[in-house]
Ligand binder design. Structure first.
Ligand code: GCO
Length: 484
């Protein structure tokens, strides 16, 4: 299978488009009215999201085993990461968690989304528990609770223990029991204090980038491996939720999904067919089996081959009752028919002459706030969708420290305001959105992009580990206080 570039992939999953010039896609009028926190209602959850591999560092400290992101980033002289960087130190959250959680509090968020590093607590992925790793998470959770912040952990945010990858990782069906044991361990230890759990983060991203396109860990390029990884992931997203449900009392259990509204390049049959396939990959492949709808194989022969990896009774194991679904949206996707339909049905970077108002982030993703509303509408159309929480949304822009020692980032603030306005609009038309987590607390290791793409509300100087709250962070601080 032909390798696709990072740029193509980001467009596949996150997308970028010229859709505003496209026929049949009306621009959405967003009320210009200023909105306040109270418009979202008193029970709306406000949080900030992070992930272990992106912030913790301490990659080989206190008994932690390597994850696939440690080995992947060190492979071939570091070539797999655009900037030749790695997550060994990252934001050093392992040592600085307490003051970092003070920042969460200072910005007035009431929930902190983070992930457990599987290989920190089970260095081999299974078997012997690393108590020092468990202690670390106990300290993080207790610090959250002491500061009045709700902990919202995700069990899996892409950093598979290397020891499990050596046994086939997501392509080995045994991962279902490895994962369930791991879920049971974490829920058993922390279920008394932690009530909000997410099974995994954006399965579409790590299966496509890790097993089909090859530029995320573990770097495989194989349709067969991809389909196996997808099926085992779908079994896990359901079975681990059941484990959490039976181990944690009064729990609130969900799972997160990347999503991006897909538009065909134009109304031709070919482009519409391509948009259909991309929609399946980017938005439908993981949520539909969870909702009891089975795999979306219609008019997509490649995906229908997943049946080869299914065993008798699997269909019934795929459906799951979540208390919420986490949706993560950054931009929209434009698709066009291409020779390799399922990986290359994506368009070129949008150009200024096509979209005069074009705004692009450091990830080459178009700023398209209306897409948030549109994709929420698409998901809300599933009859049995549980309540939605936006578990990630944010933007990377180039930041600099000004002479006044501050980081002025008006583009990021505007991004948040416009996307939030669309979340509010969704609520106002009756879509059951119950919370919003900004991505992310602080600049961190952005996977194959290295540290170049800064998404933080807090700036991190990676030489000194100094933190500086950006203007966008201060905007949230005021907004969540109710002053904005
Ligand atoms: C994802 C991940 C995050 C990313 C963020 C920006 O959605 O890709 O959950 O880890 O850092 O999305 O790309």
């Amino acid at each position: 299978m032909k390798k696709i570039s990072r740029r193509e992939f980001t467009k596949l999953i996150a997308g970028s488009t010229m859709a505003s010039m496209l026929p049949g896609i009306p621009a959405l009028a967003i009320p210009d009215k200023k909105f306040t926190k109270s418009d979202f209602g008193p029970d709306f959850k406000w949080g900030v999201a992070t992930a272990a591999a992106q912030i913790e560092g301490a990659w080989n400290e206190d008994g932690r085993g390597p994850s696939i992101w440690d080995t992947f980033s060190q492979k071939k002289g570091g070539k797999k990461i655009k900037t030749r960087e790695n997550p060994s130190i990252a934001c050093d959250f392992y040592h600085r968690y307490d003051s970092d959680l003070d920042l969460v509090k200072q910005l007035n968020f009431d929930a902190f989304r983070f992930s457990f590093s599987w290989s920190r607590v089970l260095p081999e992925g299974k078997g012997v528990v690393n108590e020092k790793g468990m202690d670390f998470y106990a300290r993080v959770i207790d610090a959250c609770l002491e500061k009045g912040i709700e902990p919202w952990p995700t069990l899996y945010h892409w950093d598979l223990p290397q020891a499990l990858e050596d046994q086939g990782g997501w392509t080995n069906r045994d991962i279902v029991s490895w994962f369930n044991d791991y879920a049971e361990l974490m829920a058993g230890r922390f279920g008394d204090r932690v009530k909000n759990w997410m099974v995994m983060n954006e399965a579409a991203s790590y299966t496509i980038a890790g097993y089909l396109a090859g530029f995320h860990a573990p770097g495989k390029i194989s349709g067969k491996k991809f389909l196996k990884a997808v099926h085992h992931t779908c079994l896990v997203q359901a079975s681990a939720a059941r484990v959490l449900r039976s181990s944690v009392s009064s729990s609130n259990i969900g799972n997160t999904y990347s999503c991006s509204k897909v538009y065909p390049k134009n109304d031709s049959k070919r482009h519409r067919a391509a948009a259909h396939r991309i929609d399946i990959l980017a938005n439908r492949l993981f949520i539909e089996p969870a909702l009891g709808l089975g795999y979306p194989t219609d008019k997509f022969r490649f995906i229908s081959r997943i049946e080869k990896y299914m065993q008798a009774g699997d269909e019934d194991l795929l459906a799951v009752d979540y208390d919420f679904v986490g949706l993560q949206n950054y931009t929209r996707t434009l698709s066009k028919a291409a020779f390799l339909p399922y990986v290359r049905a994506i368009n070129m970077k949008p150009q200024k002459y096509d979209v005069p108002e074009l705004r692009i982030t450091e990830m080459d993703w178009e700023v398209y706030p209306e897409g948030m509303f549109e994709i929420l509408k698409q998901f809300a159309a599933y009859q049995n969708l549980p309540p939605i929480i936006i578990t990630e949304n944010g933007a990377a822009f180039q930041d600099k420290i000004y002479e006044d020692d501050q980081v002025h980032d008006p583009k990021r603030t505007a991004f948040y305001q416009e996307y939030l306005r669309n979340v509010l609009k969704a609520k106002q038309v009756g879509i059951d959105v119950r919370g919003y987590f900004a991505w992310t607390l602080m600049d961190n290791f952005e996977w194959a992009e290295g540290y170049r793409a800064r998404f933080g509300l807090v700036h991190v100087d990676f030489e000194t580990q100094q933190r500086r709250i950006k203007d966008s962070g201060r905007w949230f601080q005021g907004f969540l206080e109710g002053n904005d």
